[in-house]
Structure formats: C-alpha cells, structure tokens
Design a protein around this ligand. Structure first.
Ligand SMILES: [Zn+2]
Length: 249
C-alpha cells in the first residue's frame, strides 16, 4: 500500500480536528478560545479534545457532527491523495477545511461569519489568481456577487408578494445577504466562467433539497410554502464539487 495514504489519512484527522475546533469556538465566542463542553462549558484539555474524550465534568459525549466531520474529511483526504485534483493535495485540503467550516457553521447557526468570509476571500483570491489569473478571478467574484444579489432582491420581492396575499408573521428573506457574500467568495475560487457552473449547481442542489423538505412537510401535513433554506452550504458544496472534480489535463 502507498504509505502516502496513511499520511493523507493523518492529515485528514488533523484537518477535521481543526475544523471541529473552529466550528465549536468561532460562532459562540467570536474569537479563538479554549474548546469548551457544549453542555456545562467546562474547558477541555487539548489532548482530551484531540483524542475525542467525553467531557470530564458532565461526561457528555462528543457531538455527532464531530464524528461525521472526522469520518468525512478522512475519507475525502484519502480520495484526493489517490485522485489529486487540479490544485493538488495540499491546496485541496485547505479548500476542504475552509468550505467544511462554512457548511458546519451555517447549518448549526444559520449565519455566515464575516471573519470566515474574509479568510475565504483571501484564500479564494490566491487560489483563483493562480488557477485563472487575477482578472478572471475578479470577474468571477463580481459575477457571483451580482447574480446572487439579483436573486436576493427577487427573493425579497417574492416573499413580500406572498405576504400580501396571506398574512404571515416574520417575513423571512428567501436568500440571506450572507449567501450573497459567500457567492462572491465562490466567484474568487472558480473565476469566470466557472462561477456560472457553480451557481447552476448551487441552485440545483438547493432546489433538490427544497423538494425533499416539501415532500417531508406534505407527508407530515405541516405545509409551509416559504420556509427559507440557507444557501451558503450549497454554495460551499458546489465550489467543493467543481474544484475537486477539476482534473489535470
Ligand atoms: Zn460538560
């Protein structure tokens, strides 16, 4: 067996621990602090945290997300070692870590954090310029931002139209502004015209998940036509799919 795979798996484990730590710490404290237990807020010893031990005070086991991201990132890191994408293994791991963090934070807290977006913009600008040149990268960013911004305003208009027809409580935006920013970041990673493929995949993924949610609601007879879904995870997933499937040659 290629000993490199063992290294790739090890790097995957380190990346997953880092992503889990950032996802535990950033949205809650807005800064990097010691990892703490979600239930009793007792801080973890670094090695207890890395070795996946339960909380020493309340014995709360680690969350399902910790385990899922560990398994997922380890498998993907082994895969991109065996089938390296255009950007290569190491840059691929940086992209994987960043997009994984965006997906987890948005799914758990339904926010897109500005420091995370800024970090993503810097990583995207560097990788995009290397892959597609500075000009195409900036055009991609502008296109991603502008197209999602248009959809954002269409979404607001659509929700207002619906709320005029029938009264509803909190008017939710169909697309959040964080999604617009995230779409601009996706444009940096993918450049022009790659961003168009990225947006199409995002909309298809978002649409498919909406249909699944709708079917579940119909089965449970709790129908809500305008429950907004967060788009940032799909934007991140679309970027990941396109970058990881881009093969050299
Ligand atoms: Zn605890």
């Amino acid at each position: 067996m290629d000993p490199g795979i063992l290294m790739a798996i090890f790097i995957g484990l380190i990346t997953a621990t880092l992503v889990n730590y950032l996802a535990d710490s950033l949205p809650v404290n807005r800064k990097l602090t010691k990892p703490v237990c979600k239930i009793c807020k007792e801080p973890f010893y670094l090695f207890d945290y890395i070795l996946f031990k339960p909380c020493k005070k309340c014995h709360q086991k680690r969350s399902l997300r910790h385990i899922c991201s560990l398994i997922f990132l380890t498998i993907v890191s082994a895969l991109i070692w065996i089938y390296p994408p255009n950007v290569g293994f190491w840059i691929g791991m940086v992209i994987l870590a960043y997009l994984g963090l965006v997906i987890i934070i948005d799914m758990e807290h339904r926010i897109v954090m500005h420091p995370v977006s800024i970090a993503g913009a810097l990583i995207g600008l560097a990788i995009g310029s290397w892959q597609h040149g500075v000009v195409m990268t900036l055009i991609g960013c502008f296109a991603g931002f502008a197209l999602m911004f248009t959809l954002y305003h269409l979404g607001i208009w659509f929700v207002r139209l619906l709320s005029k027809r029938r009264p509803m409580g909190d008017v939710e935006e169909a697309i959040g502004f964080g999604d617009v920013i995230q779409s601009g970041v996706m444009g940096l990673f993918l450049g022009w015209p790659g961003i168009l493929a990225g947006l199409i995949i995002t909309i298809v993924l978002g649409g498919l998940v909406s249909i699944v949610i709708l079917i579940i609601q119909v089965i449970r007879r709790k129908y809500q036509a305008y429950s907004a879904i967060p788009y940032a995870p799909f934007i991140a997933l679309a970027t990941l799919i396109l970058l990881m499937l881009a093969r050299p040659g």
